[in-house]
Design a protein around this ligand. Structure first.
Ligand code: ADP
Length: 193
């Protein structure tokens, strides 16, 4: 199985690149942000719990996210593998993911880290906020999300570096250029799918 974690700050292009990866490699896309937004739209119990955290730029508590993810992985019938987009965002989530995959005799194949300067991230997120209706793409919440990213998510770089799973990808350039670099890394992994 090919299990990819796509990692990077808000606005680094995780969602866009995930779509291209899925198209080429047929992986099961798990975007925790998207799943949570659907839960909110459907006014589910989880959605109602998550809404306030998301609107304020905070992370949804680990327990809720880890349980949600465990259920999705258990139900999945995809045999090729997963792409984790927006997860893990904390060390506790990363450890939970390792445990979940291990229980299926599986593991992470690569963590693709999309690296981009903060000013570019802010520019992209503000533009997305103008074009879409995402309630968290406004200046105040963007600043909060970037601070939360630095404090809680960035330490994962070290975590995955130590495990030899981190691959840094330049997050600026055209969508196709970035994807070319990603595909090159994936193709070099020699994982059977
Ligand atoms: P972005 O990467 O642009 O911030 P996402 O769609 O990945 O967008 O996430 C939007 C929001 O959803 C986050 O700011 C956070 O509140 C919540 N969220 C998504 N994934 C997680 C996660 N793994 N753990 C905790 N909260 C999450």
């Amino acid at each position: 199985m090919l299990n990819i974690v796509i990692f990077g700050a808000p606005g680094s292009g995780k969602g866009t690149q995930s779509e291209l990866i899925i198209e080429k490699y047929g992986l099961h896309h798990i975007s925790t942000g998207e799943i949570l937004r659907t839960e909110i739209e459907n006014r589910t119990k989880l959605g109602l719990m998550a809404e306030e955290y998301i609107c304020n730029g905070h992370l949804v508590p680990d327990r809720l996210i880890i349980d949600m993810l465990g259920e999705i992985i258990d139900k999945s019938t995809n045999k090729k593998g997963f792409i984790f987009d927006g997860f893990p965002r904390t060390i506790a989530q990363a450890q939970a993911l390792d445990t979940l995959l291990k229980s299926r005799n599986d593991s992470i194949s690569a963590v693709l880290y999309l690296s981009l300067e903060e000013q570019d991230l802010i520019h992209r997120l503000l533009k997305r906020g103008e074009e879409s209706s995402r309630s968290d793409d406004n200046m105040e919440t963007i600043q909060k999300r970037l601070a939360v990213y630095k404090e809680q998510t960035e330490p994962l770089k070290e975590y995955y570096l130590k495990k030899g799973e981190l691959f840094k990808i330049k997050g600026n350039g055209t969508i196709d250029e970035i994807f070319e670099n990603i595909a090159e890394v994936i193709d070099r992994l020699h994982v059977s799918i």
